[in-house]
Design a protein around this ligand. Sequence first.
Ligand code: ATP
Length: 435
Amino acid sequence: MTNSETTMDKIVSLCKRRGFIYPSSEIYGGLNSCYDYGPLGSELKRSLKDFWWKSMTQAHTEIHGLDSSILMAPRIWEASGHLENFTDPLVDCKACKSRFRQDKLDGATTCPNCGGEFTAPRQFNLMFKTFMGPVEDAANVVYLRPETAQGIYVNYQNVMTTARAKLPFGIAQIGKAFRNEITPGNFTFRTREFEQMEMQYFVHPTQDEQTMLSWKEKRRAWYKKLNIQDERLQFHEHKGNELAHYAKSAFDIEYKFPFGWSELEGIHNRTDFDLKRHQEFSGKNLQYFDEATKDKFIPYIIETSAGCDRTILCILCDAFVEEPERIVLKLAPFIAPIQVAILPLVKKDGLPDISNDISKSLQKLYRVSRDDSGSIGKRYRRQDEIGTPFCITIDYQTKEDQTVTIRNRDTMTQDRISISQIQTYIEPSLTPPID
Ligand code: ATP
């Protein structure tokens, strides 16, 4: 393994070079901590979100989907406690004016850049504020949501009624969230605009601990399905001051990034805090009525909150392997942005036509790319670098006997199979493991 700095540099460079992730607004000099996903990055992200969505809603008939708006009634943020509590302690260096999050300084009492003295910490609210409509006054203030969860809580009754849901049930949502982070950084790890994949599971208050345990295990297993190495995953339990204002217990799933162990996903027991507060602030009765026992109560919520962008970064870091002859991204085949590359040996003698036919039949089912320029060796290296699990080469023998070679990215071994067997050959690896 190369040293951590080099490895992050290499990931960033591969992302730019091959079209996974670009700096945002690049022709204007970029915008700090904002990124754009290119052709390969957007496919990867879309596949990841699709896999998460299906792992939640398709694999669990009691979990229902939602897509709520980013702008919501500002009272929601009073009720949730975000206006009051969603703050980080900010300190400035009096000498070089650098800004830091005090809780991320590992106890340092002087500036890590120049040794200067810090200002006293002040609480900085992370919510982005804007105005609704043309008049910029206090009555029109709205916030960009700092988490997608609140959109779920305020729709809990709508979903329960329309989906005729009974406890326990869940609501899943993927969407953008915004936080005015004091120190964004480590590429896409901490940005001010990012996507979350959140599932809120509503349970009877006596079921909270066992539900928490079960989701902890399911969520860790989910990362393994993405080929993430298990020894690079760990749980971190929040203790004392680390616990958010709403949480009874909380675990982070952390990944060993090149810059150290850092959070991928939070699994929180939010108790009845949020629904109780929304009941109080909205004046609406949010109790659940249990028809069997005739009990009325506010359900507890177990939240699994994953960062989409952080998971993409984790997938790229985990898959990145440098071998003497090549760079290879060992992505789980079902998530790879290109799943099958079609490579005609030469651009003549009817080989492109055969390639077109194969490509057409496969692209209805898979993400397929054609590459017909350069030597075959070079083309394999190009596909290895972007994580394409299968390369199909069409050569002169194909014309004779309708066979092709199919090369495995990880082992680099090649099999000669007939065109009619291609789909059966690749399908097991390309089917997302949803269960
Ligand atoms: P951190 O301690 O890293 O600031 P957090 O504990 O505030 O994260 P949560 O509020 O639990 O994070 O958010 C759930 C998930 O959303 C995180 O696990 C992470 O994957 C993602 N996330 C949170 N903040 C950011 C950010 N600024 N940039 C990218 N992803 C983020």
